[in-house]
Design a protein. Structure first.
Lengths: 525, 376, 374
């Protein structure tokens, strides 16, 4: 599409300008998507080159290194010890020892079973039990891992298999570091300088390498409790792990490849229409996230502005009233308010007493009404927080911007739309994005208010979805109850979780690239 | 009144007075019948609403009146002054509108909490009702007396609730301590140090955050079960899970640290401090607001975690936290009819300390949000 | 003993932007060296590399003969005063100054004597118990200097310390820094963008632009013998007049022909031109405003000009004139040399005549911008 130069743009009429900006916005989206893939391609290429570079470096170090270096390829840390860096050397050696021991004792076994996720599952066994002298009965018993250690447990196999792979990666990285250190040490010694001693290392841990010390604990926590489970759950999407096949007592599960994805995108599997359900819930999730975010945003700004207006007194009182609602645990507020609006609830009672209605309004029973209520109550929850943020920003807008606008003759509304709003949008752009994606995964509000219901329109959908269900609450219900002989279908939950991630990531990346904050930083400084 | 502009205020004042007086009368009439009439139109809720809104309205109007009365001693306005005062009049009216709006907003926001406090004191009936103070059809139903008292609270403390409260309190304290340390380590490092993996690390955590948190719940529960930290021993398990990944919530704290000038770090390093000494001698004393903010948010978190706690603790009531326990009371209709008012009492007991704590530390919370959340 | 030697020092940022190219400098013990140049020229970056606050991408920095590239700032025995003072806000003035001494685990009585000594020299003894936010800009500046002073370090680094002060305070502090230098008697490296500070404070000046050193020399050297056009225009206020004209060689004599006049190059410069056998041709001619002369009637070697702006500076007038060929000149005229009538005639559009002597000229190559003589 045609790109206008600055002077040409200035000549356009207001309508033409709007058209131009509108079209360029949408034209930019495919470009942004294209750039995204280009970026991924470039990153992959860079990674490939890096790996190749590393391999070459490893080979060269071996060829050029002295005997200490060469021995270090087999015995990690040997080079360090031989050159006097005992502390480092011992640590390397210890790591190697632990790794080898682990692989022999556990890791190797689990790794071997990983492709099949176990072959010998729990089985039934009949036993003859003497329940009275001379009288026997045949009892069927399920033999599991707890009774017979040779039985495989798919869950453990997958979990420890992944853990082993992590461990292997860590080992390779450490081994590489070991090789590199040998190379650097040789270089330093050759130039006549001394090597860092153990004491130097310890000292640098609280100084220039302090960041490593500080990050060690948080990153380990994240690695073990977030990354590892996530990798596990992503892999589960390619298995048939469910409560009916939980890998232990109820039977092994195995790889099913892309089957689950195919099921989800299919229109009819055994009378259950997966992709239609998914589509509908996705649509509502997006609508909900949009309204939840933007109603809160603009109303929050509005409230902040009227409290902040000159001439309004007791500013602190108004703010405190709103801030108090942040303090109260959300689950209490949400749970209570949801009960307030039931057929027998306070609100209906209030309406009926005032004579406004004669029968109770079924707020949670009518799908459309339930959706509207959810959004409204979310406003009640969200405005105080947004008001705080908006107040903070409003106070930071330089006053002389407004003064100059007033002199130029700008009315109150003009001041708002030309100064306040752009400034706000710029500063809170990233916040809006995270708020939007956060609302897409806003479990608490929906679940506590409606539990996902009412189940009016989507009742024949998979997993018993409700009209206010978000993808994530739908996911939760599937992990709780499930349906069919599989029980709670964890694999389905994983698949949905992955798809949620893809949608969120997609939207985030595109919007982030289109956000003015990234482009126009200088305008505001 | 000498000034024409005070006429609207005066009218509003009179209306407010009349309505408030009427409401007061009807309210008293409930208990000391002076006049009987059909209940259909005037029940507690309605009276109450009138009282509340209009009474406050009266206050505002009185204020405005007082202010304009103070300006009584002014000279006869010239032409320009008259114009000015015309402006002031419109400002005053729009301000009045805003005050009304603010009052309505305050009422709406506080209403649910008022209701929950009232219902927590209602001893009979214990189920969910359509009314706050009195059933309009009470006369028609037999044997249904509405009583208020402290019974709910007594029942609350006789049951499992104290156990739940203690559990949650311990979890909250431990989490507050450990999570603060972890978050501050992470955000300080990301703010101050420039190392090669810094940007990739932040992007990685951003992507991690895009996965729904629900996903990891299942497997974490299984692992905890294997290690024996679920069911009855769920508390250490819960604490572990809460704090382990808390490093990902560095955003606000990092924004705050970014506002402390780096030249302070540099001056200290030139003066001979190691980076560790810079952190605890120079930066931490200046970071009091954000430390308190982090402690506060970390403390408030576990009180409201309902999903994961329920998943992990299963059906061992002694191990529940308050969220799971209270939710249990509202989970089935029989439970509701028995425990609804007790739920309200429980809600009040849970909310009050947290609110008080929050109010005391409000200043720091606000500073944290406005300082860090939008600059980072 | 604290000499500082920078050899081939280079600074490249992550996005391959080169901030400092090949910086070479030998700073003698107890010398006061000033890095001066416009914003973004790399002077602060170089200073920070000496301090250890920036990684050195290439080359070596030696303090007292020891290569310090890999040393942490605290091990380099340097002290630094920052542009925004960087005082620790939560500590009193006393604690601010004592901070580094406490880190070295000095006994408190020694610390007391050192701090009070420095406070007395700087005149801040009565503020010792106050917090930085209760001090004015100038007082904070002194505390920052005090903090650096007590360390008895080898090298004293100052990064635009006077930039945040108002003009009057700046002049005052400049004088105090000179006094301070005499008292402290160590090596100073001072960074500024103000050429006046550079000229008054420095033993030697290093002029930088875009990461390159333009010239290193004493104030007199850079003023009288600028090696290129940038230095010539940067040093001295108002700026040197630069005009395109021709250098004409007639045998052993050289002439310039700006706007109709023909002025011979006399004195030392004429001799140097001969020595270097400089050919004639187009040149950029430089004459400082203070060397220009004003006349009210045509004379020998004068150029006819029109007055555009008349700036009254007090003891002299700065006249902005333009000659017929469009060239612009600034002429500094002491007011005491003019009669009332002459002064009144100097209005916008007035006709005046300007000239200069043969010995005050500078010549620059129009393409390389280098000084033809030096």
């Amino acid at each position: 599409m045609k790109k206008y130069s600055d002077l040409e743009y200035l000549k356009l009429s207001k309508w033409e300008r709007f058209k131009y900006r509108f079209l360029s916005f949408f034209a930019a989206i495919p470009v942004a998507i294209g750039n995204l893939f280009l970026g991924i391609g470039k990153a992959l290429k860079k990674a490939g080159l890096a790996v190749a570079g590393e391999a070459k470096d490893i080979a060269m170090t071996f060829v050029n290194g002295d005997w200490k270096t060469k021995l270090s390829y087999l015995f990690m840390g040997f080079g360090n010890i031989a050159r006097g860096q005992v502390l480092r050397g011992l640590l390397f050696l210890l790591f190697e020892g632990v790794f080898i021991a682990y692989m022999i004792l556990m890791g190797g076994g689990y790794l071997a079973l990983l492709p099949t996720l176990g072959t010998k599952g729990p089985y039934q066994m009949t036993e003859r039990i003497e329940f009275m002298p001379g009288r026997f009965r045949e009892v069927v018993k399920t033999v599991t891992y707890a009774d017979d250690p040779t039985i495989h447990n798919s869950f453990k196999i997958l979990l420890y298999g992944v853990l082993t792979i992590f461990f292997i990666v860590a080992f390779l990285y450490t081994w590489r570091m070991n090789v590199k250190q040998n190379k650097i040490a040789e270089g330093i010694l050759k130039s006549g300088k001394p090597l860092k001693s153990g004491k130097d290392d310890l000292r640098s841990l609280v100084d220039d390498q302090f960041h490593k010390t500080l990050l060690a604990l948080p990153l380990t926590g994240i690695l073990i409790f977030t990354v590892l489970p996530l990798v596990f759950m992503i892999l589960v999407a390619f298995t048939n792990y469910s409560s009916g096949h939980n890998g232990g007592e109820t039977g092994l599960f195995h790889w099913v490849g892309m089957d689950n994805f195919r099921t989800l995108f299919s229109w009819d599997v055994g009378g259950v229409n997966y992709s239609a359900t998914f589509g509908e819930i996705l649509l509502w999730t997006l609508i909900w996230a949009f309204f939840a975010t933007f109603t809160n945003y603009f109303l929050g700004i509005g409230v902040a502005m009227i409290i902040n207006k000159k001439g309004i007194r007791f500013k602190k009182v108004w703010r405190t009233v709103l801030i108090m609602t942040i303090a109260i645990p959300q689950f209490i507020s949400l749970l209570y308010v949801s009960k307030m609006f039931t057929l027998n609830g306070l609100f209906n009672g209030f309406l009926m007493d005032l004579g406004i209605t004669h029968t109770a309004i079924d707020f949670w029973g009518d799908p459309t009404l339930a959706r509207i209520m959810v959004i409204i109550i979310n406003i009640w929850i969200g405005i105080p927080y947004l008001m705080l943020i908006a107040t903070g920003i409003l106070m930071n807008i330089p006053a002389d911007l407004y003064e100059s606008a007033k002199i130029d003759g700008a009315s109150g509304w003009k001041q708002f739309s030309k100064i306040t709003l752009p400034y706000m949008l710029f500063i809170t752009g990233p916040y809006l994005l995270t708020s939007f994606t956060g609302n897409m995964n806003n479990f608490n509000v929906i679940y506590l208010l409606t539990g996902g219901g009412p189940h009016v329109n989507l009742s024949n959908g998979a997993g018993n979805p409700g009209d206010t269900d978000l993808l994530i609450t739908w996911l939760f219900n599937i992990t709780q109850k499930g349906f069919g002989e599989d029980g709670a279908q964890y694999y389905l939950a994983s698949v949905i979780g992955i798809l949620v991630f893809i949608v969120v990531a997609f939207i985030s990346l595109i919007v982030y690239n289109l956000l003015p904050s990234v482009k126009n930083e200088e305008d505001f400084q | 009144m000498k000034n024409k502009n005070q006429l609207p205020a005066l009218i509003l004042l009179v209306i407010g007075l009349v309505v408030t007086a009427g409401g007061l009368f009807l309210f008293i009439n409930r208990f000391v019948p002076m006049w009987s009439f059909s209940h259909k139109y005037m029940t507690d809720n309605a009276i109450f609403a009138m009282l509340g809104i209009l009474g406050l309205f009266l206050g505002i109007v009185a204020l405005l009146l007082a202010r304009s009365l103070r300006k009584q001693g002014q000279e006869v306005p010239s032409d320009t002054l008259k114009q000015h005062m015309g402006l002031k009049a419109t400002a005053r009216i729009s301000n009045t509108v805003i005050y009304v709006l603010l009052v309505i907003i305050s009422v709406i926001w506080l209403a649910p909490f008022f209701c929950i406090v009232v219902q927590s004191f209602r001893v009979n009936p214990t189920g969910m009702t359509r009314y706050l103070f009195q059933n309009p059809d009470a006369a028609l139903k037999e044997g249904l007396t509405i009583r208020f008292g402290l019974d709910n609270y007594r029942r609350l403390f006789a049951g499992d609730f104290p156990r739940w409260y203690l559990n949650t309190f311990i979890i909250a304290v431990v989490v507050a301590a450990v999570q603060t340390i972890i978050v501050l380590c992470m955000s300080y490092t990301l703010s101050r140090f420039r190392f090669k993996l810094r940007k990739p690390l932040m992007q990685f955590m951003l992507i991690l955050g895009m996965f729904p948190g629900m996903l990891t719940m299942i497997i974490l529960y299984q692992v905890l079960k294997d290690v024996g930290l679920a069911g009855a021993n769920a508390m250490p398990g819960l604490i572990l899970v809460y704090v382990a990944s808390s490093g990902m919530g560095y955003y606000v704290s990092k924004g705050f640290f970014d506002t402390i000038p780096k030249s302070l770090d540099e001056a200290a390093r030139i003066d001979g401090a190691t980076r560790a000494q810079v952190l605890y001698k120079i930066i931490l004393p200046l970071a009091k607001p954000i430390v308190i903010y982090t402690v506060l948010t970390a403390f408030m978190g576990p009180w409201g975690d309902f999903v994961f706690a329920k998943y992990v603790t299963g059906v061992t009531p002694e191990a529940w936290n308050v969220a799971v326990g209270l939710q249990q009371w509202l989970s089935t209709t029989t439970n509701i009819s028995e425990n609804y008012t007790m739920f309200c009492a429980g809600g009040v007991v849970v909310a009050i300390p947290v609110v008080i704590l929050f109010m005391c530390l409000q200043k720091y919370y606000v500073e944290g949000v406005t300082g860090g959340a939008v600059k980072g | 003993m604290a000499s500082v030697k920078l050899t081939n020092v280079k600074k490249v940022y992550d996005n391959n932007v080169v901030a400092v190219h090949d910086f070479n400098l030998d700073i003698k013990d107890k010398e006061f060296v000033v890095f001066v140049g416009p914003s973004g020229c790399g002077k602060s970056t170089t200073l920070r590399m000496v301090a250890g606050l920036e990684e050195i991408s290439g080359g070596t920095v030696e303090i007292d003969g020891e290569v310090v590239n890999d040393l942490q700032p605290k091990d380099r025995n340097i002290a630094m005063v920052f542009q925004n003072y960087a005082l620790y806000p939560h500590m009193s003035v006393y604690d601010n100054i004592a901070f580094s001494l406490r880190l070295q685990k000095m006994p408190e009585d020694v610390i007391y004597s050192k701090v009070t000594n420095a406070a007395e020299i700087l005149g801040i003894t009565e503020y010792l118990m106050r917090k930085p936010r209760a001090l004015s800009g100038g007082q904070r500046q002194r505390v920052a200097i005090g903090r650096a002073m007590v360390r008895d370090s080898k090298v004293f680094l100052m990064d635009e310390p006077l930039s945040n002060l108002d003009a009057k305070l700046r002049n005052q502090m400049r004088a105090e820094i000179i006094l301070l230098r005499q008292k402290l008697n160590t090596t100073f490296i001072y960074v500024t963008h103000d050429q006046t500070e550079a000229m008054t404070l420095g033993d030697r000046i290093v002029i930088m632009k875009d990461g390159f050193i333009q010239q290193v020399g004493t104030p007199a050297e850079v003023f009288e013998m600028p090696t290129n056009l940038f230095v010539a225009e940067f040093i001295g206020a108002p700026k040197m007049n630069i005009v395109k004209t021709d250098l004409v060689r007639e045998g052993n004599r050289y002439f310039v022909t700006p706007c109709g006049a023909k002025i011979e190059v006399t004195g030392e410069k004429g001799g140097l031109l001969n020595e270097k056998n400089v050919k004639g041709g187009p040149v950029l001619l430089g004459v400082r405003p203070e060397h220009m002369k004003l006349a009210f009637e045509r004379g020998e070697n004068t150029m006819s000009a029109r007055l555009e702006v008349n700036e009254m500076m007090g003891s002299e007038l700065h006249l902005h004139v333009y000659t017929k060929d469009g060239a612009r000149w600034i002429v500094r005229v002491p007011t005491i040399d003019l009669t009332q009538e002459q002064r009144r005639s100097l209005v916008n559009g007035a006709q005046v005549y300007i000239t200069f002597e043969g010995k005050v000229m500078h010549f620059f190559d129009p393409e390389t911008e280098k000084n033809l003589i030096y």
